[in-house]
Write a new protein. Structure first.
Length: 289
């Protein structure tokens, strides 16, 4: 996969050594300019928000709340990706450095997909199997799951490094597998919530909002890459290659919103604000009439 990313990010940065001193503006074409600007925006917004989110998670742990281990690991994955984006924007001349950091980026990306599945699974188990989850959920179990996800990400990276056959197809299938899981978790959670009398209404809204957000993030940001990896005919389409890679870059920024929606009261505050705006609008309409 890292070879694919290297080809995508470098295809518009090739130049002739004899013309190395030409004007800086001619170094990029329009597509690469747009990608670099968007990457800088993602870094400038995503990096501080991710650090704030990590600080918020750490404050929960200090206040003796249950540690959201999967969210913590997901934010760490985002931090890895954002850090590697900084190196990409700097444009190191050494191709070895570029390859190393793109490998690290791929590692963080694969792990983030695994932890998104873990977050959705955790929300599903809380509602559908509350007793089992209450007695089975331990720090040790969560740590084991995290180790498995990180190990799986490393194994995919090694497969790509040693040029395993059909690695693009394997990675495309890996990205495709979470889709039925997300749909199953969302459907099972909604079905279980309809029969759950003891769960407060705000808790129901928060859980469903998190699962819907996970499915939307994955569909919007990862579907173009899945098509690119699995459909051989589109790999020669430079526009789709750039768009698919650019969409994936937005995933750390989207994960911050996932953290916000997982916080208690976030969804209720949003709905309350929307309702307040609607009531203010109705009042203003009545006053004008």
């Amino acid at each position: 996969m890292e070879d694919s990313f290297i080809n995508i990010t470098s295809q518009n940065r090739s130049y002739d050594d004899s013309d190395y001193d030409y004007d800086y503006a001619d170094y990029y074409d329009n597509e690469q300019k747009i990608m670099d600007v968007l990457t800088c925006i993602i870094i400038c917004i995503g990096l501080p928000l991710t650090l704030v989110a990590i600080h918020g998670v750490c404050s929960l742990v200090r206040n003796n709340h249950t540690a959201p281990i999967f969210i913590i690991n997901l934010l760490i994955c985002d931090l890895i990706q954002l850090s590697c984006m900084i190196v990409e924007v700097v444009l190191p001349e050494d191709s070895i450095i570029t390859t190393i950091f793109l490998s690290i980026y791929s590692f963080g990306l694969i792990a983030s997909v695994g932890f998104m599945v873990c977050v959705a699974m955790e929300r599903y188990l809380v509602i559908a199997w509350p007793l089992w989850y209450h007695f089975r959920r331990t720090i040790k179990t969560s740590v084991v799951v995290c180790v498995v996800v990180w190990t799986l990400a490393l194994s995919f990276l090694l497969c790509d490094h040693f040029d395993i056959l059909f690695v693009d197809i394997i990675f495309g299938i890996f990205l495709l597998l979470p889709f039925p899981l997300f749909i199953f978790f969302l459907r099972g959670t909604v079905k279980a919530l309809s029969a759950a009398i003891s769960v407060p209404a705000d808790e129901k809204r928060r859980i469903v909002a998190v699962l819907i957000l996970v499915l939307l993030i994955y569909t919007l940001l990862f579907l173009p890459s899945i098509i690119w990896f699995l459909v051989e005919e589109v790999k020669d389409d430079d526009a789709l290659s750039l768009v698919s890679f650019m969409f994936v870059k937005f995933s750390p920024l989207a994960d911050v919103f996932l953290y916000v929606f997982s916080r208690k009261g976030a969804v209720d505050k949003l709905l309350a604000s929307l309702c307040r705006c609607r009531m203010d609008s109705d009042d203003s309409n009545r006053s004008t009439t």
